[in-house]
Design a protein around this ligand. Sequence first.
Ligand code: NAD
Ligand code: DAU
Length: 358
Amino acid sequence: MSLSKEQKSILITGGAGFIGSNFVHHWSNHYPDDNVIVLDALTYAGNRQNLVDLEDRQNFKFIQGDICDRPLIDKLLKEENITTLAHFAAESHVDRSILGPDAFIQTNVIGTFTLLESFRHYWNEQGKPEDYRFLHVSTDEVYGSLEADDPAFSETTPYAPNSPYSASKAGSDHLARAYFHTYNVPTIITNCSNNYGPYHFPEKLIPLMCINILLGKPLPVYGDGQNIRDWLYVGDHCSALETVINKGKPGETYNIGGNNEVKNIDLVTLLCNLMDELAPDLPVKPAKELITFVKDRPGHDRRYAIDATKIKTELGWTPQETVENGLRKTIEWYLNNQDWWQHLLSKEYQDYYQKVYG
Ligand code: NAD
Ligand code: DAU
């Protein structure tokens, strides 16, 4: 298969997960002539249904496989003439990393290392093309926790991860950085704040609260509810990543954020009010009566905030969505896709729920 100069063959790891599947749709819509290859192990968080509307496209391919499988990655890069690798695959939930860190080290550290090694050899064999890219998608959690008056995280904030999840992501970021500095492999790292939107697995705050409101179940708010997160609509994250792939500089890191710092209790209350307005026949109304303060997450980071000046001034990207509008779109998606989330409330999910919430 030969590609025109403008065409890309993009390998998207973790493309059946939350952000990955949103990105697969985003890329396929914006670049319909590109070859899109998804590699995903389909763990509990991966869902082939997320990509069902793309399955018939000729230039779309789904491969079920593990990013730790070196022979598979070597074969894929060559056979599919990959020009861009967008790496989303990860274990991504902090509470699960506290219950069982092993899978986080395996996938996030060893898996990223395996991809980097394979890409390094492939890129060398291809004659080190200048326009190839390895995009490593990471998190603001690597920077640790902020006090109320601290300035937001910038690209030069020292790493201080506090959970097994963030420590494993920090390890993978260091590897991606080292592969540029040592081998010139064209890696770029992005560190993004909390995403929300369609296809979000209901273990994370926003989808869990939406679904519990619809089911009339308690809304478990950790600790005093005063922890702060910066919220970014997933569509904005996808447009930021597109910008970084097209205009970002190899070896650089770009922070991505929504300029939307909100306390957890305020976010949950807003969500309850929007659900009262948008969802017909709620079992408990007003939904905020369901709010229940529960035992805090061990090592719970107090505040995250992103300074996204660099991506704005150097690459011209800014987020478009307000929290209220983004939440409305998200709630409408969960209301219109009840089959999607009902399928996820499996025995594995109930066991997990029991372990975290008792
Ligand atoms: P997710 O848990 O929804 O999806 C992860 C996907 O990776 C799943 O489809 C899963 O099947 C796949 N996967 C897991 N282990 C694999 C393996 N060994 N081999 C192949 N595939 C495997 O995660 P998400 O929320 O979509 O996050 C995607 C990426 O973005 C992660 O790297 C995460 O650290 C990062 N990130 C997430 C957020 C957020 O708010 N969710 C914010 C910033 C950065
Ligand atoms: O900041 C980016 C990170 O955001 C990503 O790297 C992670 O992959 C993603 O999971 C997310 O991590 P958080 O731990 O911030 O997200 P979570 O949705 O789990 O929790 C958001 C906040 O809500 C956090 O302060 C914990 C709190 N919380 C969460 C749950 C699930 C509750 O109060 N109750 C809950 O039941």
